[in-house]
Design a protein around this ligand. Sequence first.
Ligand code: ADP
Length: 255
Amino acid sequence: KQSNIHLEEEIIERIKAENEANKALSKERELNEMKSRFVSMASHEFRTPLSTILSSAALIARYTTSETQENRDKHINRIKANVSELTSILNEFLSLEKIDAGKMHVEKVRVEIGALVTELVSELSTITKEDQHILFTIPSDSCYLVTDPQILRQVLTNLLSNAIKYSDQGSEIHLLVQSDDYGLVFQIKDQGMGIPENDQKYLFGKFFRAHNSHHIQGTGLGLNIVQKYLELLDGKISFESVEGKGSTFTVKFNN
Ligand code: ADP
């Protein structure tokens, strides 16, 4: 009997060790898959911006002193826009790698939300389309949240820039902040293309892009990052969307 118990223990230990090894293996597989998807995505996504940068730079190099300022500005702005696009793709990858490796540093402090939102909206108003406006409503009294301000800013920036990107010029984007005894709620509402019903359940998956959005540049990483950031901040996200009408994303923090 004694030796049976010994045998059982040994088997259990062996199964445990196997499980650990399998876990490590599947983590490694996931990392490898992520790397190869990065390479294939990067080679697609980087090609257009890089060739635009190259051709604009070549044109500027050929300009003589008689070239109009307007033409110079056009190409310089094109270079800037494309460099910033490449930078944001790279930043998304770096953020995701950092979160997935558990290396994200979270530092919660007491944040005044009105000031954060006002500043953010003014920053994002520089990337809106023609006649597209971000309107925001914040509680009349100052309201505070104990959170990591950098991460919260990144969450709201990702949601607002999606609202801008996936809706047309001339449309309105609303950011509503409400505070009550239970906590704080942010709502980002757009009048854009919406998300097809069949795609909605996959929306927060890594690299997922809805079928109606492929003509617009994107990586499918922003919402995956948002979801993981919100886990770090103890926040919850949900959304409602109607294809062709618009989407509303809701982020909640409980007191
Ligand atoms: P990206 O915008 O880089 O593709 P995201 O992870 O932020 O990546 O979004 C994933 C997909 O969800 C997008 O490709 C798009 O299809 C859809 N999506 C996200 N936000 C919106 C929105 N506000 N309106 C319509 N579609 C959206």
